[in-house]
Design a protein around this ligand. Structure first.
Ligand SMILES: NC(=O)c1ccc[n+]([C@@H]2O[C@H](COP(=O)([O-])OP(=O)(O)OC[C@H]3O[C@@H](n4cnc5c(N)ncnc54)[C@H](O)[C@@H]3O)[C@@H](O)[C@H]2O)c1
Length: 301
């Protein structure tokens, strides 16, 4: 398969390196020309164990290259993955800033040639793929394409292993034609019996937020329990171990500590709450304190 990835950040470069390792022909695009120039000279902008070797191997194998020019990268692609950033808006209201996604959609639209699946790999709220579809259709009414959602679950620091041996792959599509291309892209993972969960687009978009929210809940829950342990003289580590041994609960993400942070959980949990609010579903006022708000186990006055 021929794959183009727009956005050569953490997710874009790891996905590009791993897809090319699967045997696909991959072009990673970024509008940060300095980043692309450095990548073309073999400099990797992030440290991720195993990434530099994987990139070097696939570049020299002719399966992976980097460019700032969408017009040469997009027309050839069977699938174009959008992997640009979706930070919280600068307004500070917790909504995901989708301007990078929409800009990428608008820029790629005139370059589409032949049937292409346009795939949101970035973490995006419900309805984003439909907006991407609308933007492409408006910009290039003759484009032959479908949109899809393929959220990414990799962890920084373990990204290559997570991508090459994921717990599951989620594919959100509207029809079998798009599903077939995405199944083919991930086909090497059938060898290790990776579950491929094929859903509708909205479900796939929500799965990513639901997964991050659940992990954040586990972290916050064990911190609440640690507070109770401190008050009553109980051992929080022993408690975490004992409840984690219950197969229904699981031991991961049950380590009392400073609360969750990083590049994704804070923005994604709040963005999910904004979706809840937008759709008017079970919105309790104290849900909206945010991950560091008053009443939250992560709150530091
Ligand atoms: N970093 C993680 O651990 C992780 C894990 C899973 C999912 N995600 C999600 O994946 C998405 C990308 O995250 P990231 O950490 O890779 O972001 P990042 O900031 O590292 O990379 C984004 C890249 O996109 C480029 N870009 C922006 N607009 C562009 C455009 N119009 N054309 C070409 N390039 C453009 C930027 O220059 C940058 O290099 C986000 O939605 C994030 O929530 C991240």
């Amino acid at each position: 398969m021929k794959i183009t990835i727009i956005g050569t950040g953490y997710v874009g470069i790891v996905s590009g390196a791993c897809f090319s390792e699967f045997g696909h022909e991959v072009v990673c695009v970024d509008n940060d020309v300095a980043k692309i120039t450095a990548l073309c000279q073999g400099q990797i902008p992030i440290y991720e164990p195993g990434l530099a070797d994987l990139v070097a191997k696939n570049v020299s194998g002719g399966r992976l290259r980097f460019t700032a020019d969408l017009s040469e990268a997009v027309p050839r692609a069977d699938a174009v993955f959008i992997a640009v950033g979706t930070p919280s808006t600068r307004r500070g209201d917790g909504y995901a800033d989708l301007s990078y996604i929409y800009a990428a959609a608008k820029e790629m639209a005139p370059c589409l040639a032949g049937y292409t699946v346009v795939v949101d790999k970035s973490t995006v709220p419900i309805g984003t793929a439909r907006q991407v579809s609308r933007i492409i259709r408006e910009t290039n009414p003759t484009a032959d394409f479908d949109v899809a959602s393929n959220p990414e679950f990799l962890r920084e620091g373990a990204a290559i292993g997570d991508f090459m041996r994921p717990d599951r792959v989620v594919i959100g599509v509207e029809n079998e034609r798009a599903a077939a291309i995405l199944r083919e892209i991930y086909s090497p993972l059938y060898l290790i019996e990776t579950p491929i969960v094929v859903t509708g687009i909205e479900t796939a978009e929500l799965i990513k937020y639901a997964a991050n929210a659940f992990l954040a809940v586990k972290i916050s829950f064990i911190n609440e329990m640690a507070n109770i342990c401190e008050a009553v003289g109980a051992d929080a580590v022993a408690l975490a171990k004992a409840i984690g041994l219950d197969g229904r609960i699981g031991k991961k993400f049950l380590h009392p500590g400073p609360g969750y942070g990083g590049s994704c959980f804070p923005k994604d949990t709040v963005a999910l709450l904004r979706t809840v609010q937008e759709y008017g579903v079970s919105a309790r006022p104290d849900d909206f304190a945010g991950p560091y708000g008053e009443g939250s186990p992560n709150h530091r006055p």
